[in-house]
Design a protein around this ligand. Structure first.
Ligand code: 13P
Length: 255
């Protein structure tokens, strides 16, 4: 696997269709000539096809914010991995903490979704893990990360160069305006890496996995995260809603 950093925008449910398309246009313009990192955007489902048209001819990747584990059938409201690929997606966020909180998504479901995406083979799953504030303050973070990874990924086979991105998103930092201390992120990423090494072996982890951080990253604090060990990129929420700001975050990471 190449060592290129990866920066993914998660636009959540923050923008209307018109706002999403305008932002995609601005990002397309802003990122002209940008190189040195993989950049992707995850719009809401209804915008995906039009964003794909806008981003045609650029290197910006398209992703979705969720996926269902079945391939097709009577599953009202759901979208399969095949459909996402058909729509032009190359990435998909799985098990975001907001879905864990508001939709009761659990790690058994996250496991099934990840398995479906790996079986599809044409999508990169971005599997979200991270502790809440109570777990952090009572020193249970390491176990929580270990447990979430075990539940999400145990028994899954990676074929060839299939990529998997693990997004470490401490729930208490998301949308708070304050990212965690870079040293704390570095520590958590090390725990994640060691757990993955245990599960898959170092060779596969080095070749197939990336570990990225998410939670209140902005152009103001991103510099503290540059050059951290085991930090392969960012999953960016609020700071990705404005093309200039998202560009500054991406630019800082490739320097
Ligand atoms: P914020 O960057 O807005 O804190 O969101 C992070 C996030 O949840 C990305 O998935």
């Amino acid at each position: 696997m190449n060592n290129e950093k990866i920066i993914i925008a998660n636009w959540k449910m923050k923008l209307s269709l018109a706002e999403t398309l305008a932002l995609a246009e601005n990002i397309k313009t802003k990122f002209q000539g940008f190189s040195g990192a993989t950049v992707g955007v995850c719009p809401n489902y209804i915008s995906i096809l039009e964003v794909k048209e806008i981003l045609k001819g650029t290197d910006i990747k398209l992703g979705a914010q969720d996926v269902f584990w079945e391939g097709a059938g009577a599953y009202t409201g759901e979208i399969s991995a095949d459909m996402l690929v058909e729509a032009g997606c190359e990435y998909v966020i799985i098990g975001h903490s907001e879905r864990r909180k508001f939709l009761m998504v659990n790690y058994e479901m996250i496991h099934r979704e990840t398995k479906a995406v790996l079986n599809n083979g044409n999508l990169v799953p971005i599997v979200c893990i991270g502790e809440n504030w109570d777990e952090r303050k009572t020193d249970r973070r390491d176990f929580v990360l270990f447990d979430q990874l075990q539940q999400a990924l145990s028994g899954l086979d990676l074929v060839g160069n299939q990529q998997v991105v693990i997004a470490y998103e401490p729930i208490w930092a998301i949308g708070s305006g304050t990212a965690i201390e870079p040293s704390e992120a570095e520590y958590a990423h090390k725990i994640i890496k060691l757990t993955l090494n245990d599960m898959f072996g170092m060779k596969i982890v080095n070749n197939n996995f990336k570990i990225i951080y998410g939670g209140s990253i902005s152009s103001k604090n991103v510099k503290g995260f540059v050059g951290l060990e085991n930090l392969d990129g960012m999953l960016v929420g609020g700071a990705s809603l404005e093309a200039d700001e998202f560009y500054k975050v991406a630019k800082a990471l490739v320097k």
